[in-house]
Write a protein that binds this ligand. Structure first.
Ligand code: KG4
Ligand code: ZN
Length: 348
């Protein structure tokens, strides 16, 4: 079949990024590495009423919001839609019904404009957010990825080549924050609420640090159990649970190890730069710890702004630029994927 687009690869392409993998409907425009607009509609406040993301609600909000969010992104970028050179969209991992809204919209949009469609792996998007923060950023560098679904340390060799250095054996860091929040009766989303509560407490409870045998294998399910056991034991003894101390102690147990292992990897690989991405990287404590550890080790830290750590479309457009330059375009038959494993070397 003849491609539905004609393209000569441009040096500074205008790319529309679309993200709808979970509870955020987002669209952004970049020209080259410059972000022109970034729009988002979130169903998080509705989801909070149910204590977590209800997939059907997420899909419905996407279906209602997608037209307007894309239109807003084009308007805010000050461009005409005919100037768009490619449409990049998250095709996985995520909630299938949610992904399909963004993907179907992107297919129709790319087809109508006659421009290439780029199918973006959400996780690669999180890693590509760092390119938005610093237009001079170039591999090699080491990245910390910490989101609701993944926790990993990666070595980026080129813009398209990765090596997975370490990852979690069970729960992801963000998942651990969300579960611990539930134990402490904090509302959804757990991460920011634990961070807020932790500011009022001290990290005085010794929860286990979650790294197996000094290796690059994280494990968070034991930490969650330790928090549950601590609270139950206190209640059984009729002693008060100081929730702010539990939050602060959990936070440092969950995050210190990530900082330690990221900087250790950067040293071993001999790279001068560390980057980070994913919702958990919006955590102020993690950002400060990472900054001081990198400063101490003489390593440059490139941290995306908080709004580019949690789900957004700017990061999808950023990864879209990398795939565009590599000529990696998707057919219209590309389907949404609920899961994409984080593999060594190729996170396609
Ligand atoms: O990257 P993200 O927005 O979505 C996924 O791709 O998973 O990450 C969401 C995760 C949630 O588990 C949320 O609790 C966590 O990131 N998160 C945080 C913070 N903000 C979001 N965790 C700790 N501290 C935060 N401030
Ligand atoms: Zn995400």
């Amino acid at each position: 079949m003849r491609p539905f687009y004609q393209t000569t690869i441009k040096q500074d392409p205008v790319i529309l990024g679309i993200e709808s993998s979970c509870d955020e409907t987002a669209a952004a425009i970049i020209r080259g590495r410059k972000l022109l607009s970034n729009e988002i509609v979130s169903s998080a406040s509705t989801q909070a009423l149910y204590g977590g993301v209800v997939p059907e609600i997420a899909s419905r909000v996407h279906a209602v919001a997608i037209d307007e969010v894309v239109e807003r992104a084009i308007r805010a970028a000050g461009i005409e839609k005919e100037e768009i050179d490619a449409v990049a969209v998250t095709y996985g991992a995520g909630l299938l019904g949610s992904l399909l809204v963004g993907l179907s919209f992107a297919k129709a949009f790319a087809y109508t404009l006659g421009v290439p469609l780029i199918a973006v792996n959400h996780i690669r998007g999180h890693l590509a957010a760092a390119y938005l923060d610093d237009e001079t950023l170039k591999p090699p560098f080491v990245s910390l990825l910490a989101s609701g679904g993944h926790t990993a340390v990666l070595y980026t060799k080129t813009e398209t080549e990765f090596e997975l250095v370490g990852s979690t054996l069970d729960d992801a860091a963000g998942e651990a924050f969300d579960k611990c929040a539930r134990v402490l009766s904090l509302p959804y989303p757990g991460g920011p609420n634990i961070e807020r509560l932790a500011k009022e407490g001290k990290p005085c409870i010794s929860f286990p640090k979650m790294c197996k045998g000094g290796e690059m294998r994280f494990s968070y399910s034991g930490l969650k159990t330790a928090v549950i056991n601590y609270c139950h034991t206190k209640e059984q003894k009729g002693e008060p649970v100081i929730r702010a101390d539990v939050a602060a102690s959990f936070q440092s147990a969950a995050l210190d190890v990530l900082v330690e292992k990221t900087v250790e990897t950067a040293r071993k690989k001999g790279v001068a730069t560390v980057t980070a991405g994913g919702g958990v990287v919006a955590n102020g404590y993690l950002r400060e710890r990472l900054k001081s550890a990198c400063d101490q080790a003489g390593i440059r830290l490139v941290l995306p702004e908080k709004k580019y750590c949690t789900d957004n479309a700017a990061m999808i457009a950023s990864e879209g630029r990398i795939q565009y330059m590599a000529g990696n375009f998707a057919p219209l038959s590309v389907n949404a994927k609920a899961q994409i494993p984080l593999k060594d070397r190729s996170i396609s």
